[in-house]
Structure formats: structure tokens, C-alpha cells
Design a protein around this ligand. Structure first.
Ligand SMILES: C[S@@+](CC[C@H](N)C(=O)[O-])C[C@H]1O[C@@H](n2cnc3c(N)ncnc32)[C@H](O)[C@@H]1O
Length: 410
């Protein structure tokens, strides 16, 4: 997609092509192209409209109903923040007193639009001309153009004295190949700029990879890890006045929440666990119930805080499974009842599962090099019963726990 193609899509003919493409997208691409051709839509416009329609379908999972009116690129969509996460962040920024925000490297504008929806005036900067034009078009399509200004340029040259808050979500994929970048110094804008920003704007938030090395967290910043429906999606550094606690794990349940609608209301319920991230949980024996903490809790180093809430202990100091005598409902972990604890032996495990006629297993693992799919094949299971297998270590020894789910009311 280039700027001319984007401009063509934004004409009345382009809108008609997009509407026609939306009706046929998701099926056979050749049939879709033929349908647009037979409707008299020129080839170039039809191809651009079909690409947008496919991307919009894909984007619905991230952005909800508003995706249907957005302009998207594949890399821009991959890097964009989920709406539920962006909205939460924006509401927190507004509540902390941010009224004008610089979004430095705004991509397609997912975070900029969320900030505007929260009532913040946004100055967005994007280096890539097509992406910048799309961000501006997305603000217009959302009815937020009066709150979002998009400038195509280098974010590192933006005059931050004009704003009372800054947000930066540096590109962590290589342009062209799309390969992930693991070295923060190779982010764009680079890490030095990003951490230096926090020194220039007292209310700065930086979105980072969830795998961020804790050693890179600037002193005094709050590091937050966010999961959505059990998947770890991002981390953010809340700097300066925005830092409330050293570590936070935010757990969102999109599937349980009302869908986000076109006007921006609705969204996922969330729970937050906070703490220092510097405490070790006590170690003890395997107990009746096992808790598998949410990945946001594990990455935020808040397992000890969760253990205190659940009256639980680890069975190995380096493995984040918790064990307790009682099963308590918690949003921060999945709970299983342990029925058997075996030193790992394929032969013994296979014999036991056969004796119990277990034909279906889910396999969880932490601290085990075994490959679950290979183990599943090697077990050669048969029977109507189901079980959960947990491959782990107990006091350093390779161990398998046979478990069953805990009913919600246990
Ligand atoms: C991770 S994406 C931002 C995604 C955005 N937060 C969203 O949710 O839609 C990072 C963006 O920063 C842009 N970028 C990278 N370096 C830049 C720079 N020096 N100035 C302006 N934009 C830059 C990239 O082109 C990319 O679109």
C-alpha cells in the first residue's frame, strides 16, 4: 500500500470498493477478486480494498467493531496494542492528570486513539509516511480527529515541552523482514532515547516486550505486565509521577467482558496484583492443590505475593508452581487438585494412566525439558477418562504430578 492507494481508498469510489470487499472477504480470494471485477471496480483499487478487508477481519479480535472502519498494514496491526489494554492505559493516564500526550512512534494509532477516547489531546509522531497517514485516517474514522494530530517525522526530534505526558511504544521488529528484535538498543526509537524521555517528561509510559530483562527497568519506575485471557501480551514501564508500586500484574479477561462497541464502551474486567517483585516464596512439600500462576504474575516476579494470598508454598525454589492445602478462587492462577506425585518414569506413568483408562491428557510443564507432544505420543493412551499431567521438578527432582481440575465451588 502506498499513499496514492490509501488516498484512492478514501474517495467515495474507494468506500464503495471497501464495502464490496467486506462483503466477500474471508472466502476464496480468487472468487472475491472476480466479484469486485464484475462490479466494475478497477483492479488496483479492488486489490487494495480486498487487502484492507482481510486485515480488518483479522483486526476485529484486537480492536472489536471499530476495526471495520480502520486503515491497516500487516506489520502495523501485528505491533498495535489491543484495544482493552490501550483503553486501560489511557484511562490511567487521564486519571493521573495527563491532558496532552506525545505518542512517539504511534504506528496505526491504537494507543493514540485510546488516549483521545479518554479525553486526552494527542500529538502523535510516526516515521513511516503510509502508517502516519493511516493513523490520521483512523482518528478521522473514529470521530477523534479534533483530539489527535499526526505528524510524519522523527519522534526523537519532537519538542516534548508541549505536552504533560509522553508515551513510546518502540518498534521491536525489523522493517522489511518483520523479525523480532531482542536487543533494546536496536529498538526504534532506541532504548537510550526511550529511557531518557522519562527524565524529560515526568509522566512517561513506555511499552516494552514482556520478556524485558528486569535489570533494564529504570530505578523508581513501575513495571507492569499484562495478560489477556491467560496470554501475556505486553509490559509497560510507568515512569516518574506515574509509578505507584514497583511491580504490577494486570490480568484481563476479554472473553468474560462485554465486547467493546463502536462508541468505545464495554471492555474486559481486570484484576491487579502488586508488590515489590523482590520477595522469594517459601518452599515446602507438594500439597493437595497446585496453582499455576498467570504469566503476568510470573513475569512481574509476584509469585511470593500470590503465595501469601493463597497460603501456598513452592515445591522447588526456581519453579513457579504453588501448592496449598485448600483451593481458593483466584483470578491470578489456575487451580488443580493433585492426585498422584511420581518421580518421572515413562513406564510407570504409562502403566498408571492405562490402569485408570485415561485416554486424554493436557500437559503442563515448568522446569522440565520433556516435549509434551512427544510424551503424549509415547504414552499411547487409550480410554475414556481425562487427566492433567504436570511435568516439573520437586526439590530438584524431575517429577510428574497427575491432577484433576478443581470445580469452581471447591
Ligand atoms: C510498535 S509500533 C507502535 C504501535 C502503536 N503503539 C499502536 O498500538 O498502534 C512502533 C512505531 O514506531 C515507528 N517508529 C520507529 N522509529 C521511529 C522514530 N524514530 N520516529 C517516529 N516513529 C518511529 C515505527 O514506524 C512503528 O510504526
Amino acid at each position: 500500500m502506498d499513499l496514492d492507494q490509501l488516498a484512492a481508498l478514501r474517495t467515495p469510489e474507494g468506500s464503495a470498493a471497501l464495502a464490496a470487499a467486506a462483503r466477500v472477504a474471508g472466502g476464496d480470494p480468487l472468487a472475491a477478486a472476480a466479484a469486485l471485477r464484475s462490479a466494475g471496480i478497477p483492479g488496483g483499487l479492488a486489490a487494495a480494498a480486498l487487502t484492507q478487508a482481510e486485515l480488518r477481519r483479522r483486526a476485529a479480535g484486537k480492536f472489536g467493531a471499530v476495526a471495520a472502519g480502520m486503515f491497516l498494514t500487516r506489520p502495523g496491526l501485528e505491533q498495535a496494542t489491543r484495544r482493552a489494554v490501550a483503553d486501560r492505559r489511557a484511562v490511567r493516564l487521564r486519571a493521573a492528570g495527563v491532558t496532552t500526550l506525545a505518542d512517539l512512534g504511534c504506528g496505526l494509532g491504537a494507543d493514540a486513539l485510546a488516549a483521545a477516547r479518554a479525553g486526552i489531546r494527542v500529538y502523535a509522531v510516526e516515521a513511516d509516511p503510509v502508517t502516519a497517514a493511516m493513523a490520521a485516517a483512523n482518528a478521522e474514522a473514529a470521530g477523534l480527529a479534533d483530539l489527535v494530530t499526526v505528524e510524519c517525522g522523527d519522534a526523537t526530534a519532537f519538542d516534548v515541552s508541549r505536552v504533560d505526558g509522553a508515551f513510546c511504544d518502540p518498534a521491536r521488529r525489523r522493517a522489511g523482514t518483520g523479525r523480532r528484535i531482542f536487543d533494546p538498543n536496536a529498538y526504534s526509537p532506541p532504548w537510550d532515547f526511550v529511557v531518557g524521555l522519562a527524565e524529560r517528561v515526568p509522566r512517561t509510559v513506555v511499552k516494552v516486550a514482556p520478556g524485558l530483562d528486569h535489570a533494564l527497568i529504570p530505578a523508581g519506575a513501575e513495571a507492569e505486565w499484562v495478560s489477556v485471557d491467560g496470554d501475556l501480551v505486553e509490559a509497560a514501564l510507568w515512569c516518574g509521577e506515574l509509578a505507584d508500586v514497583p511491580r504490577r500484574a494486570t490480568v484481563l479477561r476479554e472473553k468474560e467482558g462485554p465486547p467493546v462497541n463502536a462508541s468505545g464502551s464495554g471492555g474486559a474486567p481486570s484484576c491487579q496484583l502488586t508488590g515489590s517483585g523482590a520477595v522469594d516464596a517459601a518452599v515446602g512439600p507438594v500439597r493437595r492443590f497446585l496453582y499455576d500462576p498467570d504469566p503476568a504474575v510470573v513475569r512481574a516476579h509476584l509469585v511470593a505475593e500470590l503465595a501469601a494470598d493463597l497460603d501456598a508454598t513452592l515445591a522447588d525454589p526456581s519453579i513457579a508452581y504453588l501448592y496449598a492445602d485448600t483451593a481458593r478462587p483466584t483470578p491470578y492462577a489456575r487451580c488443580l487438585e493433585v492426585t498422584d506425585v511420581l518421580p518421572f518414569s515413562l513406564k510407570r506413568l504409562r502403566a498408571l494412566l492405562r490402569e485408570r483408562r485415561v485416554g486424554r491428557v493436557e500437559i503442563l510443564k515448568r522446569g522440565s525439558a520433556l516435549e509434551p507432544e512427544k510424551l503424549r505420543r509415547d504414552l499411547r493412551l487409550a480410554g475414556g477418562a481425562a487427566a492433567s499431567l504436570v511435568l516439573t521438578r520437586v526439590a530438584g527432582a524431575p517429577t510428574v504430578l497427575i491432577c484433576r481440575p478443581v470445580p469452581a465451588a471447591a
